[in-house]
Ligand binder design. Structure first.
Ligand code: FAD
Ligand code: NAI
Length: 461
């Protein structure tokens, strides 16, 4: 039997592509070597957000007095948090299996390896001893944690002193002292949870700020919120070695160490292209990632790659959108991938969310921009629900046309509000267009409408 499409990798990119392709009537085989749902469902997005929600409830209970709700001796029962997380993951994985069934997708559990072509030019993929054949191939093998050659890192990982996201999201005991290498997205989310769960958290970050590409001011607000909660930061510090109980870093000319009971390595992720047999069909790998075009095509006609494996923007919703574009291309439907309006969220407390350009990135593109910044305290709901909250929104527009180029927020509900902003950026909406939209009251998203009236009026013509 020849499948229309074989997909290797059952994470968000792979299973979403399978669902769309199956729904369109293609004969699809999905191969997954570990657990359907990929990193996102098993050891990423969902487990981390499940933990963070428990932390949010604990934090709110502890801060309840200010709102007239008194709860004494609030504790976070980490073991229960983990078992609840496991139930959430299990339920969602069975949901993915159900979707595959509903869309007539055949799922094979095992490691897929491309072994070349048939004499008719179809693609062969081997799982254990069985060879499957297809007209088209989609590689959606995702990514793994980067483990750079820092002396002691690998040994620490082997003996359980160093953890990656996979292990820390399953850890049964809250470490007394947790050192986190990397103040990027995983580092910030895990610092937030383990701080609420009672660890003494120290984040060691190579850059002079946290949150990588975040707007500078928003990064500073997040930093000061974390400092107030008791998280320690060592910035402009590069971790250079690890030994049991100790992480050593260089800062300027100095070499120093922090003591820890566990270490989280959150130093970035790299596309997973090992043991795939890419060379048998000639798929090129550039700088460790499979290069794709706007239709998610690789250099080999008929072979596509979506999600983390192409290393463009390692987010689950990017993987899903890429999957849709790829399947539409296979079906001959008009569609292409655009990356300029993909929202990002850091699910910390306070939440951070952004989409599109910062003032700096727009200026680098040669655009003349106008920026408006407002405190979220302009919204009644924000004031009603926060005591002394320092959330803000920043909106970047193109000075000439008033087109919304970017929206950056920190504060409650930012994660839910940002999709509205993504619609504005994606559709190149102008200040004037957004002014005419009715926002519900009282909500925190009203701040976006409020900000639109802070821009000049001259765009309206
Ligand atoms: P993956 O999810 O990595 O799935 C790839 C799958 O391919 C895996 O299941 C793997 O087992 C399988 N596979 C690999 N090789 C083979 C083979 N040869 N044969 C068969 N199967 C194979 N993104 C967000 O958008 N929001 C978040 O909140 C978020 N939180 C995150 C938190 C953490 C801690 C981490 C680590 C990541 C998070 N991400 C988040 C990123 C998100 O998880 C990834 O962008 C997303 O999972 C990528 O989907 P994917 O399908 O490309 O790959
Ligand atoms: P990251 O790239 O966000 O952060 C890694 C950080 O480690 C960087 O700030 C870097 O400067 C620092 N670093 C590297 N080497 C170092 C060293 N030797 N010493 C000190 N600091 C060092 O990567 P992270 O946090 O591992 O996340 C990987 C990816 O997972 C993210 O880029 C994102 O795509 C995805 N993710 C998304 C989430 C979300 O959408 N909410 C949540 C978690 C992960």
């Amino acid at each position: 039997m020849i499948y229309d499409l074989i997909i290797i990798g059952g994470g968000p990119g792979g299973y979403h592509a399978a669902e769309r392709a199956g729904h369109a009537g293609l004969n699809v085989l999905l191969i997954e070597k570990s657990s359907l749902g990929g990193v996102c469902l098993n050891e990423g997005c969902i487990p981390s957000k499940s933990l963070l929600y428990s932390a949010k409830i604990a934090d709110n209970a502890r801060a309840g007095k200010r709102f007239g709700v008194v709860a004494e001796n609030v504790t976070l029962d980490h073991k229960t948090v983990i078992s609840r997380k496991n139930r959430v993951v299990k339920a969602l994985i069975s949901g993915v299996f159900m979707k595959m069934k509903q869309n007539n997708v055949t799922v094979v559990m095992g490691e897929g390896m491309i072994t070349g072509r048939t004499s008719d030019g179809f693609f062969n993929v081997k799982v254990q001893d069985v060879v499957y054949t297809s007209r088209k191939l989609l590689i959606a093998t995702g990514s793994v944690s980067s483990m750079p050659p820092i002396p002691g890192l690998d040994k620490g990982y082997q003996n359980g002193f160093v953890l990656t996201n996979r292990e820390i999201l399953d850890i049964q005991h809250v470490p007394e002292r947790l050192a986190i290498i990397g103040g990027g997205v995983i580092g910030m989310e895990m610092a937030s949870y383990f701080n609420s769960a009672g660890s003494k958290v120290t984040v060691i970050e190579m850059l002079d700020h946290i949150g990588g590409f975040l707007d500078g001011e928003i990064s500073s607000i997040l930093y000061s919120n974390y400092k107030k909660k008791g998280i320690d930061f060592i910035l402009s510090a590069k971790v250079t070695s690890i030994k049991d109980g100790e992480v050593t870093y260089e800062t300027g000319e100095e070499t120093k160490s922090v003591q820890a009971d566990k270490v989280l390595a959150s130093i970035g992720r790299k596309p997973y292209v090992d043991n795939l047999g890419l060379e048998t069909v000639g798929v090129e790998v550039h700088n460790g990632r499979i290069k794709t075009d706007e239709f998610l095509r690789t250099n080999v006609p008929g072979i596509y790659a979506c999600g983390d494996v192409n290393g463009i923007m390692m987010l689950a919703h990017t993987a899903c959108r890429e999957a849709e574009v790829c399947i539409n291309h296979i079906l001959g439907k008009q569609d292409k991938m655009r990356y300029h309006a993909i929202p990002s969220v850091i699910y910390t407390s306070p939440e951070v969310a952004f989409v599109g350009d910062t003032a700096e990135s727009a200026a680098e593109k040669g655009l003349e921009v106008e920026t408006v910044k407002l405190p979220l305290a302009y919204c009644g709901r924000y004031v009603a629900e926060n005591v002394g909250g320092d959330g803000i929104v920043k909106i970047i527009t193109d000075k000439r046309e008033g087109v919304v180029l970017g929206v950056h927020m920190i504060g409650s509900y930012a994660s839910e509000i940002i999709y509205g902003a993504a619609i504005m950026v994606e559709n190149r909406m102008r200040v004037e267009d957004v002014r005419q939209i009715v926002f519900p009251h009282p909500t925190v998203c009203e701040v976006i409408k409020e900000a639109m009236f802070e821009f000049r009026d001259c765009y309206s013509g």
